[in-house]
Design a protein around this ligand. Structure first.
Ligand code: C5P
Length: 218
C-alpha cells in the first residue's frame, strides 16, 4: 500500500526541496499545500478582499498542480493562469498567513488536500498535514531549522529570483509569519505527537531525503 507522507514545519526549513525529492525517489506525487493558501491570498489581493472575508474565494478557487511540473517551485495554475511566480512574492507570503488564519479558508483547503491525497502515494508538505489533514499519515515529519538558517535560505531563494530585499527584512517578515502561524486559533503550527522532528541546520538535503526514504521502504 502506498503511504501518505506528511511534512510539516515553519517557512524556510527546506520542506519543499525535501518533499519534492522524496516524492521523486518514491515515485509519489508531491503536493505543496502552502501554494493553495498562496492562491487564495493572490485572489484576495487582486480582488481587494479583506483576509477575513476570503472564505468564498477558497471555496471556489480553481487550483491545479501541473503533474508534469517537475522542478521547484511546483507549477501552479489558478483558473488556468500560471501563477507559479505570482504567488511567491513577499506580499503574497504575508497575506497567505493571514488568510490561513481564517477557519473557513482552512476548512475549504483541507477538504481539497484530503481529496488529492486520498489514494495515498503522496508527499504533502504544509503546517498541519500530520495534525489535521492526514492525522493517520503513515509517516509524519516535522522539519525545522534555526530562524537564521531559514531566513538565509529564503533570502537566497528570493535573490535568485531577482527580488530586491535585504536580509533583515526577510528575517523580520519570517518572524512575523512564524508568530502568526504558531499562535492562530485554528490548527496552529506544531509537530504531531507521533511526528519525527528533524533539525536541518548543517545537514544536506540528500542526507535527509535518504533517511526519510529508508523509513518509507522499510
Ligand atoms: O509553505 P508556505 O510558506 O508556502 O505557506 C504559506 C502560508 O500558508 C504559511 O505561512 C501558512 O500561514 C499557510 N499554510 C498553512 N497551512 C498549510 C500550508 C501553509 O496555514 N498546510
Amino acid at each position: 500500500r502506498r503511504w501518505v507522507v506528511a511534512i510539516d514545519g515553519p517557512a524556510g526549513a527546506g520542506k519543499s526541496t525535501v518533499a519534492r525529492l522524496l516524492a521523486d525517489r518514491l515515485g509519489y506525487i508531491y503536493l505543496d499545500s502552502g501554494a493553495m493558501y498562496r492562491c487564495v491570498a493572490l485572489l484576495a489581493l487582486r480582488g481587494a478582499v479583506e483576509p477575513e472575508l476570503a472564505t468564498p474565494l477558497a471555496e471556489t478557487a480553481e487550483i491545479l498542480f501541473d503533474p508534469a511540473g517537475i522542478g521547484e517551485p511546483q507549477k501552479v495554475l489558478l483558473a488556468g493562469e500560471d501563477v507559479t511566480r505570482a504567488i511567491r512574492t513577499p506580499e503574497v507570503s504575508q497575506l497567505a498567513s493571514k488568510v490561513a488564519a481564517v477557519p473557513g479558508v482552512r476548512a475549504a483547503l483541507v477538504r481539497l488536500q484530503q481529496a488529492l491525497g486520498a489514494g495515498g502515494g503522496v508527499v504533502m508538505e504544509g503546517r498541519d498535514i500530520g495534525t489535521v489533514v492526514f492525522p493517520h499519515a503513515e509517516l509524519k515529519v516535522f522539519l525545522t531549522a534555526s530562524p537564521e538558517e531559514r531566513a538565509r535560505r529564503r533570502f537566497a531563494e528570493l535573490e535568485a529570483r531577482g527580488e530586491i530585499i535585504d536580509f533583515e527584512t526577510v528575517l523580520a517578515e519570517q518572524r512575523e509569519r512564524d508568530e502568526r502561524d504558531q499562535t492562530r486559533e485554528t490548527s496552529p503550527l506544531k509537530a504531531a505527537a507521533d511526528a519525527i522532528t528533524l533539525l536541518t541546520d548543517g545537514r544536506t538535503i540528500e542526507e535527509i531525503v535518504v533517511e526519510l526514504a529508508g523509513k518509507v521502504m522499510s
